[in-house]
Design a protein around this ligand. Structure first.
Ligand SMILES: Nc1ncnc2c1ncn2[C@@H]1O[C@H](COP(=O)(O)OP(=O)(O)OP(=O)(O)O)[C@@H](O)[C@H]1O
Ligand SMILES: [Mg+2]
Length: 210
């Protein structure tokens, strides 16, 4: 099990009209290939910021993030990021929301649709594939966002509180599915959660407010 992700002394400060907010200061840790890390910590301590840095949406002010010893772009690794908000686009049907990432990457093929149909059935969304996101329940929306992330076949899966809008029963079902996928495919995954019992991580990171 080699070291896949390395975070070295990373710091990040937001600059806005209201002033500066230091979200992360001098964070270091690593994740091995196939490991499943859960991140816990109080609201506002920088958990979502950390995932956005790993996904490459923002760049650290200090320190470095290495994947397979290289920076994100030259590592050639695919990162799947399920954001805290689902960001489903209301003007596209559920199915068209799922294919968006593949379309952008020019990877949408006939076989993608076979895979999408299978996942829509598995996740109880098949009858909603032509519906707009507004007609889905909160749990359905989260499952759609999860499918959209998984379709890109990420090497590293980043999940930001993926179950927060789910009722207890659905949470158990969906979380069982996700752990099944993570275990079956030996995916490297990082999950932010308020409830460690919903995950069975192989590693835990506690973040504290700066
Ligand atoms: N776009 C932004 N502009 C300015 N400040 C921001 C921005 N996003 C986050 N912050 C600030 O950075 C800090 C860390 O935010 P972040 O969203 O990473 O926290 P979090 O640990 O994910 O919180 P939560 O558990 O509530 O989701 C907070 O103080 C927040 O107010
Ligand atoms: Mg957050």
């Amino acid at each position: 099990m080699g070291e896949l992700l390395k975070i070295n002394n990373v710091g990040y400060t937001y600059h806005s009209l209201d002033g500066e907010t230091t979200a992360l200061k001098d964070i270091s840790f690593h994740v091995n290939d196939g490991e499943f890390l859960a991140i816990v910590g109080p609201s506002g301590c920088g958990k979502s910021t950390l995932l956005s840095l790993i996904a490459g949406l923002i760049s650290p002010d200090t320190g470095e993030i290495l994947i397979d010893g290289k920076n994100l772009k030259s590592s050639g690794k695919n990162i799947g990021y399920m954001l805290q908000k689902d960001h489903l686009l209301e003007w596209r049907s559920t199915q068209k929301n799922l294919t968006l990432g593949l379309e952008i990457q020019h990877k949408l093929t006939d076989s993608s649709y076979v895979c999408i149909n299978e996942m829509l059935s598995t996740y109880g969304l098949i009858t909603f594939r032509n519906s707009k996101p507004s007609s889905l329940s909160g749990g359905m929306r989260q499952r759609a966002a999860l499918i959209r992330t998984l379709l890109l076949e990420p090497d590293i899966l980043l999940l930001d509180e993926p179950f927060s809008a789910l009722d207890y029963q659905t949470r158990i079902e969906v979380s069982d599915d996700i752990w099944g996928i993570i275990r079956k495919e030996h995916k490297t995954a990082i999950l932010i959660t308020h409830d460690i019992s919903e995950a069975m991580p192989t590693k835990l990171l506690f973040l504290f407010s700066t």
